[in-house]
Design a protein around this ligand. Structure first.
Ligand code: ACM
Length: 510
C-alpha cells in the first residue's frame, strides 16, 4: 500500500516520512526508488550484521536475493565524526548511502529504511534524512515474576523494540510470586521459588535457564538492545525466602530478606555474581522499592535487633540503609553501576549507586533530590508510563490512579514535555536525565493477549517520546504514521489495542 496521506509538503520538499519515531530532519524530493533497484550492498566487516538485516528486508520486498558486493547500490559505513546513535541516509534513484557514528547508528538507519519499505509498498523515498535521539536511555520493562511470558514473547518484544529504536530492556526477573532466573549456586531458587504466579500460587515452575538467558541477551545485542536485569531486594523477596527460609525476616516466604543475618549478604553476593556473569551491560538493578510492605516487624526480629544494637542504628529505615550500604560495594566490585527505584532516597543513606528509576509521579521531590544528589535519572512515572494501567475510559481490567486516572496513548506521547516545562530549567537538569522507560507490570497481565493489548501500540508512542525532539512531535502525524504498524501487527498476530476504533479489539480480561 502506498501511503502518502501523512506527508506534508514544504515547497516541493516533503518534510516527514512514514516512520516511527519521527526523524530529526527529513528532506525528500517526492521521488521513490524500489527495492528491486537496490539489490547489492557494500559494507565493511564490522557492519556485516546490519548489512544482512537490510539485505533480508530488501530481498523480502523485491522477491529476489540481495547480495553483498564490493561496489553495491547500497553503501553502509561508519563515520567517526558522528554521534554514537546518529545516522545520515541519502537515497537517490540509483543508490543509497547510509552513514552512522557506530554500528548501532547504522542499524537505526536500516530500521528507518525497513519501515519505509513497508510504508511505501517496497520503495524508499528519495532525499535525505539526518537523525539522532533525544534521550540515550529508551527503555521498556517487563515483569515476568507476577506472570511468566517466556522466550518467544520476549524475542518478539525485542524485535518490536528494535524496530522503533528502543535500546534498553529492563527485565524484572524476581519478585514475591516467582523467581525466574536459574542461579546455579542456589538451585532451590528455581526448584521451589519458581513455582507459582500472582494469580495461582501453585502454577507450574517457570523460569529461564542460564543458557536461555545468554541466548536472549545475545538476541538483544544483535538488535543493539542492552538488557538490565533486576533482582529485587530487600523487599519483594518472598520467592527467595520461600526457597531458603533461613534468609527470611520471620517466617518462610517473608516479603523481605533479613538484613540482620550475615548469610543474606553472602547469598546475595553469590546471586549477583552469577547475574553479572550473564548480563554484560554495565547497569544492574537491585530494586529497593516498597520495603515498608514487609519491614513492619523488623524491630521485633532478634537478628535485626542485634544488628541495630551492634551498629547503633536508631530505626528500621536505618536498617534498610545499612542493607543498601552492604549491597552497593558488591555491585561495584562486579564492575556494574547500581540502579534502584527512587524509594532509596528516603533512607538518608547518602548517594548509593549511580542511577535511579523514578516511578512515583506524586513524588516530584524525589526527582529533584535525585538530580541534586548527582544520580542519573530514568523517568518512568506510573502516570503515564505504567503499561498495566488501562488506556481508555471504557476499559475496566487494569490499574487506574486513585481509581480514576489512566494512561492513554496520547499521554505517553506527550511525556515528558509538559512535566519538564513545569519543573523549569534550574531543577530539570536535562543532562542528568538519561531517558525514559515504560514498565509493563504483570499483576493484571496474565495472558499473551493482554500482554499485547497493554503494550501495543503504546510502545510506539513511548519510542517517539524517547527519540524525537519536543519540537518535532505531533500526535496527529504520529497517529497516521501508525497505520503501517497496525498492518504489521495484524500480520504478526499481535492483539493490540486499536485506537482507530477502540471497540474493534475488545479489552481482554485479566
Ligand atoms: C514499583 O512499581 N514498585 C517500582
Amino acid at each position: 500500500m502506498l501511503i502518502m496521506a501523512a506527508l506534508t509538503s514544504c515547497g516541493s520538499r516533503v518534510t516527514t516520512v512514514m516512520v516511527i519515531p519521527e526523524p530529526a530532519s527529513v528532506s525528500l524530493s517526492g521521488k521513490t526508488v524500489a527495492a528491486d533497484a537496490l539489490l547489492s550492498i557494500s559494507a565493511p566487516s564490522d557492519l556485516a550484521l546490519e548489512a544482512q538485516v537490510l539485505a533480508d528486508g530488501l530481498s523480502r520486498e523485491a522477491g529476489m536475493e540481495c547480495r553483498m558486493a564490493s561496489r553495491g547500490r547500497v553503501r553502509l559505513s561508519i563515520d567517526g565524526s558522528m554521534g554514537e546513535e546518529e545516522y545520515g541516509l541519502k537515497v537517490s534513484r540509483h543508490s543509497v548511502v547510509l552513514r552512522g557514528g557506530s554500528a548501532k547508528a547504522v542499524y537505526y538507519g536500516v530500521q528507518t529504511m525497513l519501515q519505509e519499505l513497508r510504508s511505501y509498498d517496497g520503495c524508499l523515498m528519495c532525499g535525505t534524512i539526518k537523525d539522532s535521539p533525544r534521550y540515550a536511555w529508551r527503555g521498556f520493562m517487563v515483569d515476568e515474576s507476577r506472570h511468566f511470558f517466556g522466550e518467544e514473547k520476549i524475542r518478539q518484544t525485542l524485535d518490536m523494540m528494535a524496530s522503533c529504536k528502543l535500546n534498553r530492556f529492563h527485565w524484572h526477573l524476581t519478585d514475591a510470586p516467582g523467581w525466574r532466573i536459574e542461579i546455579k549456586s542456589h538451585p532451590e531458587l528455581t526448584s521451589i521459588g519458581s513455582i507459582g504466579c500472582h494469580t495461582d500460587p501453585e502454577a507450574p515452575s517457570a523460569f529461564y535457564t542460564q543458557e536461555q538467558i545468554r541466548d536472549i541477551v545475545a538476541y538483544a545485542a544483535e538488535r543493539h538492545i542492552d538488557v538490565v536485569p533486576e533482582i529485587d531486594m530487600p523487599g519483594h523477596a518472598s520467592s527467595a525466602t520461600r526457597a531458603y527460609p533461613e534468609l527470611a525476616a520471620g517466617d518462610a516466604g517473608s516479603f523481605t530478606y533479613n538484613p540482620g543475618k550475615p548469610e543474606v549478604y553472602s547469598f546475595l553476593r553469590d546471586v549477583l555474581s552469577e547475574v553479572a556473569g550473564l548480563f554484560p551491560y554495565e547497569y544492574l538493578h537491585i530494586g529497593g522499592d516498597e520495603v515498608f510492605m514487609g519491614s513492619g516487624k523488623w524491630a521485633e526480629d532478634p537478628y535485626i535487633k542485634a544488628l541495630m544494637e551492634r551498629e547503633d542504628i536508631a530505626d528500621i529505615k536505618g536498617v534498610e540503609a545499612y542493607f543498601l550500604r552492604q549491597i552497593a560495594p558488591v555491585v561495584d566490585s562486579l564492575g556494574r553501576k547500581m540502579t534502584a527505584w527512587d524509594d532509596i532516597l528516603e533512607l538518608g543513606s547518602g548517594k548509593c549507586g549511580e542511577t535511579l528509576t523514578w516511578w512515583r509521579q506524586e513524588r516530584p521531590d524525589h526527582l529533584y533530590q535525585g538530580l541534586r544528589d548527582g544520580y542519573e535519572l530514568i523517568l518512568c512515572p506510573r502516570l503515564p508510563l505504567y503499561f498495566d494501567f488501562v488506556q481508555d475510559e471504557t476499559h475496566t481490567s487494569g490499574r487506574r490512579w486513585k481509581g480514576g486516572v489512566f494512561c492513554p496513548m496520547d499521554s505517553v506521547y506527550v511525556f515528558p514535555d509538559r512535566i519538564l516545562d513545569a519543573w523549569g530549567d534550574a531543577e530539570a537538569s536535562q543532562d542528568a536525565i538519561l531517558g525514559i522507560q515504560a514498565n509493563l507490570w504483570s499483576e493484571v497481565v496474565r495472558t499473551m493477549e493482554r500482554y499485547d493489548f497493554m503494550t501495543y501500540p503504546r510502545i510506539f508512542a513511548l519510542a517517539e517520546a524517547a527519540w524525537t525532539s519536543a519540537d518535532n512531535k505531533d500526535f496527529e502525524s504520529f497517529s497516521k504514521r501508525l497505520e503501517p504498524i497496525y498492518e504489521l501487527m495484524d500480520e504478526l498476530g499481535i492483539f493490540y489495542c486499536d485506537y482507530r476504533d477502540i471497540s474493534k479489539h475488545p479489552e481482554p480480561k485479566i
